[in-house]
Design a protein around this ligand. Structure first.
Ligand code: 13P
Length: 257
């Protein structure tokens, strides 16, 4: 973390979990646990269907409700999809883009991720852009090259000024939902490389202003060590964000670094 130059962000990704009533119960349970003045931005990205209910339930807490995905077009004949402008109109700020599950199960490509980043920025949203290597790619020793490519592709056409409204999440695919966390050194190395790329493609001031999160089996136990790394500015948390006590512990860990 480096609070002097950029925001620390603890973001939950609920994936396809919790009904609207379970969301309200979560809000009731976590509200008294949360620090009065958190040292970080707290976000929970959840299914679009439950955004309105979540906003209502979490009013009065410091939690911001975000979205898990969106379509790249502004409007049109895309049955079942949700546009950036619809999220912005609901008061949503953050939207996850290019999560590995979207890339794997819904054929999202580097090109569609780039289009979504553009659409999100145009609508005034802050995209949380997910990148990360598979186990095979790590073992082949191409992690740096791959991540350079993924980040460059996702951010193609994004100006330095716009980049200040982008969050990057490094999520090694082999660490998602597996209980296998990247070591703090591994995660720091990749996040530092991403920042170095942003510096090369833009400038040092812009690169140091971008929050880079780590995601992949982050939990109440390992969060402090990961968040203590200089280039890890927060977490994108799946499983542990569903449990009020665990998510609160991670938020508390963000206050220590
Ligand atoms: P887990 O924390 O459950 O591994 O999920 C990480 C993730 O995919 C967050 O986007």
């Amino acid at each position: 973390m480096n609070r002097k130059y950029r925001k620390t962000i603890i973001a939950g990704n609920w994936k396809m979990n919790k009904t609207a009533s379970e969301t309200a119960a979560f809000a009731d349970e976590i509200a008294p646990m949360l620090p009065k003045k958190p040292e970080c931005e707290i976000v929970i990205c959840l299914p679009a269907l439950n955004i309105a209910a979540a906003q209502k339930a979490m009013r009065g807490t410091k939690i911001r409700v975000g979205a898990e995905t969106m379509h790249e077009a502004a409007s049109g004949a895309f049955t079942g999809e949700i546009a950036a402008g619809m999220l912005a109109d609901m008061g949503v700020k953050y939207v996850i883009i290019g999560h590995s599950e979207r890339r794997q199960y819904y054929n999202e490509t580097d090109l569609s991720v780039n289009k979504k980043v553009r659409a999100a920025l145009d609508a005034g949203l802050v995209p949380i852009v997910c990148v990360g290597e598979s186990l095979e790619q790590r073992e082949l020793g191409v992690t740096t090259e791959l991540l350079d490519y993924q980040v460059s592709a996702a951010l193609s056409g994004v100006t330095a000024k716009e980049l200040r409204h982008v969050v990057i999440a490094y999520e090694p695919i082999w660490a998602i939902g597996t209980g296998k966390t990247a070591t703090a050194e591994q995660a720091q190395e990749v996040c530092a490389n991403i920042r170095a790329l942003l510096r090369r493609k833009n400038d040092a001031r812009t690169a140091r202003a971008v929050s880079i999160l780590y995601g992949g089996s982050m939990n109440a136990k390992n969060a402090a060590e990961l968040l203590a790394q200089p280039d890890i500015d927060g977490g994108l948390i799946g499983g542990a964000s569903l449990k009020p006590a665990d998510f609160t512990k991670i938020i508390e860990a963000a206050a220590q670094g």
